[in-house]
Design a binder for this molecule. Structure first.
Ligand code: GAL
Length: 442
């Protein structure tokens, strides 16, 4: 078994959280509504009929939770800023009470000696902007630049680490192509402009932070999964390449000046309709790091009947691997492969900004013996180390997540925390996986 020291000095150990998933207090202190408030209050959208109105009450209990993270010997704490606490209508008037909350939160992190990592956008677009077209409309770009400006000016004296976006391919694909996440829209004519505006915002938001904070460390977080072809047949290999272009390369290659991966996924050609002059330049940015978010791997099958992609994917479960409670297969080697894949790009540093797993946790006495999560984290971390020892420049590992929270479409049934949340009494129990982390980082 490896030790913390094997990862080297200066390796960042942290946890990641997102505003809508933990904060609750949805009407407190002038907060405006986001697309997730709207979506989760629609019928049959969230599996257990829940919403994020209360969640973990992190808005009120943040100090307790920060103390918990500290007690696990973590040194980095990632959270996102709710856009509508700062700008309730997405643009226009700044809400001082919203700024006050994040000032308290940041100060609290620093008091506990946890380095704050701020994600600007973790999926909670202001509903006021959605009404004007949301990510499909170019208006989102100026609004996002303003949001980045206000946040970096307000918090930049204490926050050094910035993540502009969380998983643009997830929120555009799930939210605007297949309608499975907020705002629940679908179709290629929603999807492609949403993709392009998200790519633009990724770079434009970063540029605004850089302008205000020349010494900040700026990154963006990309969801990625190792995609295996279903066989060595050239048709299957081409199918895997199309899926890889869609799921892994769509938001990283434009940043690097390579453009969208149109060659491998011709339908993306239509995205050029949404370009304005100079967009090829504007979508580039020299990030200090790229956040890697990896959970599972997929197998791709060629299928001409599937529109645009002409392929479909299934989890590795076909190969009889263990599954998490939300049906994702446990495939630690996929983490290694994806880190190797991304290391071929000219990226300064990779940081695993999310990795973790949901299982059916049970409280026994005052303990949660989440052995499967423990094994999951240990095995994935082992693969991070393998890649690092082979020379991939990996600077940190953040577990998703500190405590069980509102898991989007799955509601509260999907528990990802190192800490168990009793949502009725708002109590927390450190799970065995959390106790292992604590011991490992000691
Ligand atoms: C990520 C997302 C997180 C969390 C996690 C587990 O895609 O960024 O917010 O939900 O998945 O599903």
């Amino acid at each position: 078994m490896y030790s913390k020291e094997d990862f080297g000095e200066g390796f960042r150990w942290g946890v990641s959280l997102a505003a809508y998933q933990v904060e609750g207090a949805h009407e407190a202190d002038g907060r405006g509504l986001s697309i997730w408030d709207q979506f989760s209050n629609r019928k049959n959208r969230i599996k257990d009929g829940s919403n994020g109105n209360v969640a973990c009450e992190f808005y009120y209990r943040y100090e307790e939770d920060i103390a918990l993270a500290k007690s696990l010997n973590l040194s980095h704490f990632r959270f996102s800023i709710s856009w509508t606490r700062i700008l309730p209508d997405g643009i226009g008037e700044v809400n001082q009470l919203g700024l006050d909350f994040y000032n308290r939160l940041i100060d609290c992190c620093l008091r506990y000696d946890l380095e704050p990592w701020v994600t600007l956008y973790h999926w909670d677009l202001p509903q006021a902007l959605e009404k004007q077209g949301g990510w499909t409309s170019r208006i989102v770009v100026n609004a996002f630049i303003k949001f980045a400006d206000v946040c970096s000016k307000s918090f930049g004296d204490r926050v050094k680490n910035w993540i502009v976006m969380n998983e643009p391919s997830t929120f555009t694909g799930m939210g605007y192509l297949v309608g499975y996440y907020a705002p629940g829209r679908f179709g290629i004519n929603n999807y492609l402009p949403a993709v392009h505006h998200a790519t633009l915002c990724q770079a434009e938001g970063a540029r605004m932070i850089r302008r205000n904070l020349p010494n900040a460390t700026i990154g963006t977080s990309i969801s990625c999964s190792y995609i295996a072809p279903s066989s060595e047949n050239p048709k299957q290999i081409a199918a895997a390449r199309r899926v890889d272009a869609l799921l892994n390369r769509l938001h990283i290659e434009p940043i690097l000046g390579m453009g969208y991966p149109i060659k491998d996924l011709p339908v993306l050609e239509q995205i050029e309709k949404y370009f304005h002059p100079y967009d090829e330049e504007l979508i580039k940015f020299d990030f200090d790091f790229i956040g890697i978010q990896n959970y599972f791997s997929l197998v791709a099958y060629n299928n001409p009947l599937i529109p645009y992609l002409q392929a479909f994917v299934v989890p590795f479960k076909k190969l009889n691997r263990p599954l998490t409670s939300n049906g994702w297969e446990v495939h630690p080697e996929g983490m290694y492969r994806i880190l190797k894949q991304f290391s071929a790009y000219p990226i300064k540093e990779l940081i695993v900004t999310e990795n973790g797993a949901a299982f059916h946790d049970r409280v026994e006495g005052n303990r949660v013996h989440d052995n499967q999560r423990l094994q999951y984290i240990q095995s994935y971390l082992g693969e991070v180390l393998r890649a690092k020892q082979e020379g991939v420049n990996i600077g940190g590992y953040f577990v998703w997540t500190l405590m069980d929270n509102f898991e989007w479409r799955a509601g509260f049934r999907s528990r990802f925390g190192l800490v168990y949340t009793d949502f009725v009494h708002q109590t927390r129990i450190i799970k065995d996986s959390g106790l292992w982390i604590k011991d490992f980082l000691k």
